[in-house]
Design a protein around this ligand. Structure first.
Ligand code: FAD
Length: 381
């Protein structure tokens, strides 16, 4: 499934993470330590730049390598990989695909080197799944766009240096023809963090509600062409969904391994609980789900690296991996019995964390909508 070089890369990465990330997990999860410092270390080691060529500061290895990074970081700390990926995949990919040379130097390089933290701002209080319904406006005035509006659920925004953001520039046409993408800096006057709401899982990074009030954004911060932001947005979502799939794969693999260990050592009725079919068959089901999720994620990632359009394959990988990943976490918790429900037990935390990914990056229902739409299209309907 993986080449020797990919396996070697994974092995070296694991050693690095075991030394550098594992000791920080409790503090990150306890919201006492921002993962920002660790992201800088990942950048220095080249673990943020797989998707980008050397000319812009990346390693040029491709998204398959990024899925390995995501999986291994999430195996230890899903929220750390969330913060990492929002920076080096979600915020960065649109800048690489649509940015000018100046934008790449000013914004992409720092994201890939770990010197800056990024965020991506699409969702608003009134529009989530229906992203085209966004209300945030950017009006051209001379050399600036004046931005007004609100975004919520913006992971990293409270700690970000810059944000890849979408707004309506022409309200008189359909948003697919009237939306634009920008890179904004969080120190621009008019930007504010309204609040960082408490969340069920993925604690340790802010998922912020942000506001733009007459924020003057230089016209040079427009990403791609004016009114072509919908294209920027949909282009970004394929890599985001592959990335989320690989992150869930790592988190689910951790739950699975914890369940194997626990069931092989815990005794009830004078026997190891793994000798009860009710337990061991769950292990078999979890393993099948895990392997299938890996194959679907890897298929989408390899196609992406070959430059093939992967909207459908990325949606299939995300739907399957996040649904089954949550099921794996649930079974792992069940296998642990009462101690799985203890606060601070790994499965309790991963159960909460994994649940988020059936929402962020497009919900299960939206993935099903996309998959069926592409299928009917392929059948000529
Ligand atoms: C942990 C987390 C991190 C996030 N990070 C970011 C971020 O960094 N940047 C960002 O922009 N956004 C982010 N989001 C927001 C996320 O993208 C939205 O939550 C998601 O798109 C769903 O939107 P919504 O929450 O408004 O739900 P809604 O769109 O209101 O949906 C509510 C329910 O209705 C269903 N539904 C809606 N439309 C349809 C339909 N056509 N057919 C069938 N069912 C439908 C949905 O599937 C869902 O079950 C994050 C969310 C989470 C949970």
């Amino acid at each position: 499934m993986y080449t020797e070089e990919e396996e070697r890369y994974r092995f070296e990465l694991r050693e690095f993470l075991e030394q550098e990330l594992s000791p920080l997990v409790e503090q990150i999860e306890g919201e006492e330590l921002s993962p920002k410092g660790f992201i800088r270390k990942l950048g220095a080691k080249g673990y943020l730049g797989s998707m980008y060529p050397k000319e812009v500061g990346g390693t040029g290895r491709g998204i398959v390598y990024d899925t390995i990074v995501s999986e291994e970081v999430a195996y230890i700390s899903p929220v750390t990989d969330t913060s990492r990926s929002v920076t080096s995949v979600m915020a960065a990919a649109p800048i690489y695909h649509f940015g000018t040379k100046e934008q790449m130097e000013r914004y992409l390089r720092p994201l890939i080197s770990g010197q800056a933290v990024g965020a991506i701002a699409i969702s608003e209080p009134g529009t989530g799944s229906d992203a085209a319904g966004m209300q945030t406006r950017a009006e051209r005035q001379g050399d600036f766009y004046i931005v007004n509006g609100q975004k919520h659920w913006i992971t990293n925004a409270g700690i970000a240096d810059h944000i890849t953001m979408f707004a309506i520039t022409n309200p008189d046409v359909h948003p697919h023809q009237g939306m634009s993408a920008f890179v904004i800096e969080t120190n621009m006057p008019g930007f504010s963090v309204v609040r960082n709401p408490p969340v069920m899982g993925l604690r340790g990074v802010p998922h912020s509600h942000i506001r733009f009030e007459n924020m003057a954004v230089p016209a040079s911060n427009l990403l791609g062409k004016e009114n072509e932001g919908w294209h920027v947005l949909t282009d970004e979502l394929a890599s985001e969904r592959i990335n989320i799939s690989s992150r869930v794969l790592g988190a689910a693999r951790r739950c699975y391994e914890e369940a194997v260990k626990h069931s092989a050592t815990r005794e009830q009725f004078g026997r190891k609980i793994r000798t009860f079919e009710g337990i061991s068959f769950k292990i078999a089901e979890m393993k099948c789900d895990l392997d299938a999720a890996r194959l679907l994620t890897l298929r989408a990632a390899r196609m992406y690296d070959q430059g093939v359009r992967v909207e459908k394959e990325a949606a299939i990988a995300k739907l399957f991996t996040t649904e089954r990943g949550f099921r794996i976490a649930d079974k792992a918790l069940q296998i642990h019995g009462g101690i799985g429900y203890w606060k601070g037990s790994p499965v309790e935390q991963f159960f909460r964390d994994i649940r988020a990914y059936r929402l962020g990056g497009g919900t299960d229902e939206i993935m099903k909508f996309l998959i069926q739409r592409e299928e009917y299209r392929d059948f000529g309907y």
